[in-house]
Design a protein around this ligand. Structure first.
Ligand code: V1P
Ligand code: CA
Ligand code: ZN
Length: 393
C-alpha cells in the first residue's frame, strides 16, 4: 500500500533499542534521546520497516566497551550516581573525574545502560556487515564521536563508532570514516591517529575560540613525527556558518570521491549527525534534508559495505526528517516516498510543516548568512588533494 518494497538482493538492517530512548540528560540539556523515538515513528509511518531487517539491539558488554575504553574509566562510569541537583553552565564542579558530571556530560539515571545500549546497536550493525548479512546497517542511536579512551566529552561517554570500527578492522584491511555532524569528530580521529588502516574525514564548523570542540583545522592531518603510519590519514574540512546544500555537495563529492579512489577502503562508516541541518539548536549551517541525504547517497554509490550512525541533532523534528530520508536512501525507495508526511504519523504536530522537505524559509524564516566564499572551498579541496599524495592503499 505504501509502495515501499524490499530491494531484491540488497539488505538493509536497522538496529535500535527502545529502552535507550527513554533516558533523559536533564531538562535544559540539548541532547534528547527521545528524538530517536520520533525518528523511528516517522520511518515506520512510511512503511520502511517492511523493506529492512529490524533488530532490537542488545547492550554492549563490559569487555566490548573495553576494546577501546580504559577499565578505570568504565569502572567509574558503572558506579557513579546521578547528582541530586543538576548543574548549569555557571555551576561547574572543579573535581570532575574523567570529565563526568559537568553540564555537557551530566550524570543521569541509567547512564551506564544508555551508553552500553548505544554501543550495542553500533556493534550489532558492524557485525551484520562483517557477517555479510547486510549491505547497509543503520544505528541511529550511535555516532557519539567525542568520547575518548578515558574521558567523556561533548554529550558522549562511550565511543560506539570506534568500537564498531575496531570490529570492522577484524575483517577488513581499511575502513573510511566520514563525519557530517556539525562538530569535529575528534574522538574517532584521535583513536586512529597512529594507524593507516583507518582514514578519518570530518566536515565541521571550525572556530577555535567559539565553537566546540575547537579542533579540526585544515592542516591537522595526524601526528607527522616518529614515522607514524597514521600521518596524513586524518582529513579535516573546516567550514563557516551558513554553508548551503550546493556547496556542501560539491565539497563532499569531490573530497570523498578522491579519498575512495586513493585510499581504496573496504568499508565505510558514516556518522550522520543531524546538527549540520539548518535550524538546529546548536548548529550553524544552512543544510536541508536533501543536501544532508546526498552525502548518504554518495557513500552508498561507492558500492562498499556501509554502516550509518546517528550523532548530534538538537531540533528533533529535523533530526527525524533527515534520518527518515536517509533510511529511505539506504533502502533505495527515496523516489517512491511521499514528500507529504503520512497522515497517521504519531506526534505529527511536532513537525510543524507536513512535508519531509521544508524550505529554508519554512525552517528559519530568515536564512543564516553564508560565510563560505567559493575561493576558500577550492583551497580546501586543493589541500586535501595534496595531502592525498602521501596516502596509498
Ligand atoms: O561549548 C561547550 C563546552 C562547555 N564549555 C565549557 C565549553 N560544549 C558544547 C558541547 C557540544 C557537543 C556536541 C555533541 C555532538 O557533536 C555529538 C553528539 O553533536 C555545548 C553547547 C554548544 N552550544 O556548543 N554544550 C551545551 N551547548 C549545553 C547547553 C545547555 C546545557 C548543557 C550543555
Ligand atoms: Ca563533523
Ligand atoms: Zn554535533
Amino acid at each position: 500500500e505504501s509502495g515501499i518494497t524490499r530491494p531484491k538482493g540488497y539488505n538493509v538492517s536497522f538496529h535500535c533499542n527502545p529502552e535507550m530512548e527513554k533516558h533523559h540528560f536533564g531538562m535544559t540539556h540539548p541532547m534528547k534521546p527521545w528524538r530517536l523515538t520520533l525518528s523511528k515513528s516517522l520511518i515506520y509511518s512510511y512503511g520502511m520497516s517492511f523493506a529492512m531487517d529490524n533488530y532490537i539491539s542488545r547492550a554492549a558488554t563490559y569487555e566490548e566497551l573495553a576494546s577501546f575504553h580504559s577499565t578505570d574509566y568504565l569502572d567509574f562510569l558503572g558506579t557513579v550516581l546521578p547528582e541530586p541537583v543538576p548543574r548549569d553552565l555557571e555551576n561547574q564542579n572543579p573535581d570532575l573525574k574523567f570529565n563526568l558530571g559537568g553540564s555537557d556530560c551530566p550524570l543521569f539515571d541509567g547512564l551506564y545502560d544508555y551508553c552500553s545500549m548505544s554501543a550495542g546497536g553500533a556493534l550489532d550493525a558492524a557485525r551484520k556487515i562483517t557477517a555479510n548479512q547486510s549491505d547497509i546497517a543503520i544505528a541511529w542511536g550511535g555516532g557519539l564521536h567525542h568520547a575518548k579512551r578515558a574521558e567523556a566529552s561533548g554529550f558522549c561517554y562511550i565511543n560506539d563508532i570506534v568500537i564498531a570500527i575496531l570490529e570492522l578492522l577484524r575483517f577488513y584491511p581499511r575502513v573510511l570514516y566520514v563525519d557530517i555532524d556539525v562538530h569535529h569528530g575528534d574522538g574517532v580521529e584521535e583513536a586512529f591517529f597512529s594507524t593507516d588502516r583507518v582514514m578519518t574525514v570530518s566536515f565541521h564548523k571550525y572556530d577555535p575560540n567559539n565553537f566546540f570542540p575547537g579542533t579540526g583545522a585544515l592542516d591537522d592531518n595526524g601526528p607527522k613525527n616518529e614515522h607514524n603510519p597514521g600521518a596524513h590519514h586524518a582529513v579535516n574540512v573546516p567550514l563557516n556558518d551558513g554553508i548551503t546544500d550546493e556547496q556542501y555537495d560539491m565539497l563532499f563529492n569531490s573530497i570523498i570521491g578522491k579519498i575512495v579512489e586513493k585510499f581504496r577502503p573496504s568499508a565505510i562508516a558514516l556518522q550522520c549527525g543531524a546538527d549540520s541541518l539548518a535550524g538546529d539548536r546548536l548548529g550553524r549551517f544552512n543544510l536541508q534534508v536533501q543536501g544532508h541525504g546526498a552525502c548518504v547517497e554518495f557513500c552508498k554509490k561507492m558500492g562498499l559495505p556501509l554502516v550509518l550512525f546517528g550523532g548530534g541533532g538538537y531540533t528533533p523534528r529535523n533530526v527525524a526528517r533527515a534520518w527518515t530520508y536517509e533510511t529511505s536512501i539506504a533502502i533505495g525507495c527515496q523516489d517512491n516516498i511521499s514528500s507529504v508526511l503520512p497522515q497517521h504519523t504519531p506526534w505529527r504536530d511536532q513537525f510543524r510543516q507536513d512535508t519531509l522537505f521544508p524550505t529554508l524559509e519554512q525552517i528559519l524564516g530568515e536564512p543564516r548568512q553564508n560565510r563560505n566564499p567559493q575561493k576558500r572551498l577550492q583551497e580546501i579541496v586543493q589541500h586535501v588533494s595534496e595531502q592525498l599524495r602521501f596516502v596509498q592503499a
